[in-house]
Design a protein around this ligand. Structure first.
Ligand SMILES: [Zn+2]
Ligand SMILES: [Zn+2]
Length: 386
């Protein structure tokens, strides 16, 4: 929402009325916490004042509590920061863990949300390569130190000072959000915003390990859990040419898993079916937040195979060392991806038609959407829209 002297960038879904030295803009899409029409001023001085206006969203005020309307003053826009006017924000399971303070790192109140799509509303004085009005995305990470070994190697997701978009700060269940420009990713035209939002966290979380482990047409990949992450992992593994086996405790997901690109489906509740896949896979990515018999999955790996965790099971992972030693197998994990990998992933998604299966909710119905996600009833990713 920035007007700069004579030029201005308009919000497409809004009605503008010019009054003396300012415009009154009434948003057409629902933003129920916006009780009054926003006032956008035509001069650059007043525009910067507008950029500093309070950000409005929905915050968790205590562990597990319903989200409530919340405003905060983001202060002066930093020289390397970008302010994004949010159109969509996916609901990731990490948001729900943060709201419940399952990981003990939540500071209340805070606005959850880290699968943001929107348009650039304002840019800091040192930002290059992004334009006001440009469509962009923001994922789990919103900043890093920029000077450590990992940042220098283009692995900002491993930076010890990595900042989460909604950890100790306010995220994307809001009208706007700010982040360091390096983590604000242009979105290719070929992707629809609603289907692209979940790629910013869920997508890159499964894409990055597939790339790191060199998945290619010779690979046999297993995907454990056919949900928000798993349905994207199947699609990306298929794009890389791998033979894909989907594992689920729910037999009813076979048809959809195959529609996403899985060649095989294994009901992981059936021990006979699990035994039949022993020693057959090169890489297994597990997306589930529930405890499993991990030893069985280790046995499903061929020599040199890797079991990679991107979902967080509640209990410690307990396995015997023998299969690791005898087949030189490995256990690994992956935290999101670097800004470079995010750009690459969105480009691959646009060119190869990878998209999240989404269920849209108005931003004001975030609590309703969260309840549905908690019950596992969303197929496959809930996306809030302003
Ligand atoms: Zn996430
Ligand atoms: Zn760093």
């Amino acid at each position: 929402m920035v007007f700069r002297s004579s030029t201005c960038t308009l919000i497409p879904e809004a009605v503008y009325t010019k009054q003396r030295n300012h415009f009154v803009v009434q948003l057409v899409y629902p933003a129920p916490w916006l009780k009054r029409p926003a006032v956008l001023f035509a001069s650059s001085k007043e525009a910067s004042r507008e950029a500093m206006a309070q950000i409005q969203g929905l915050a968790a005020h205590a562990a597990g509590a319903e989200l409530l309307p919340y405003r905060y003053d983001p202060g002066k826009l930093g020289s390397q920061e970008v302010e994004i006017s949010i159109t969509h924000c996916g609901i990731c399971h990490s948001d729900i863990h943060l709201i419940s303070n399952d990981w003990g790192i939540s500071h209340f109140p805070f606005i959850p949300g880290h699968e943001v799509i929107g348009s650039v509303a304002a840019i800091g004085s040192d930002v290059r390569g992004l334009q006001v009005g440009q469509r962009v995305g923001l994922g789990w990470q919103s900043n890093s130190c920029g000077i450590c070994e990992w940042c220098m190697r283009g692995m900002e997701n491993l930076c010890p000072e990595a900042e989460g978009t909604c950890v100790h700060r306010n995220g994307g269940y809001a009208d706007r959000v700010r982040a360091n420009a390096r983590f604000v990713i242009p979105v290719p035209d070929g992707l629809a915003s609603e289907q692209a939002a979940p790629l910013l966290c869920g997508g890159v979380t499964v894409y990055n390990p597939l790339r790191i482990h060199g998945i290619n047409p010779t690979s046999r990949v297993g995907v454990v859990g056919i949900g928000g992450l798993g349905h994207l992992a199947i699609q990306f593994a298929r794009v890389f040419g791998a033979q894909v086996t989907a594992f689920s405790t729910s037999a009813g997901k076979e048809k959809e898993a195959r529609a996403f690109g899985a060649h095989h489906f294994v009901n992981s509740r059936e021990s006979k079916a699990m035994k039949e896949v022993a020693n057959s896979l090169d890489f297994i990515i597990t997306t589930v937040n529930a405890d499993q018999d991990w030893g069985t999955y280790l046995q499903a790996l061929r020599p040199l195979g890797t079991l990679c965790f991107v979902g967080v099971p509640p209990s410690p992972v307990s396995i015997h060392a023998f299969p690791l030693i005898s087949g030189q197998r490995a256990i690994s994990g992956n935290p999101t991806g670097s800004p470079f990998r995010l750009r690459e992933m969105l480009d691959v998604a646009a060119r190869h038609g990878v998209k999240a299966a989404t269920e849209p909710f108005p931003m004001a119905k975030a609590n309703e959407a969260i309840e549905k996600v908690k019950k596992g009833k969303v197929r496959y990713r809930a996306v809030l829209a302003n």
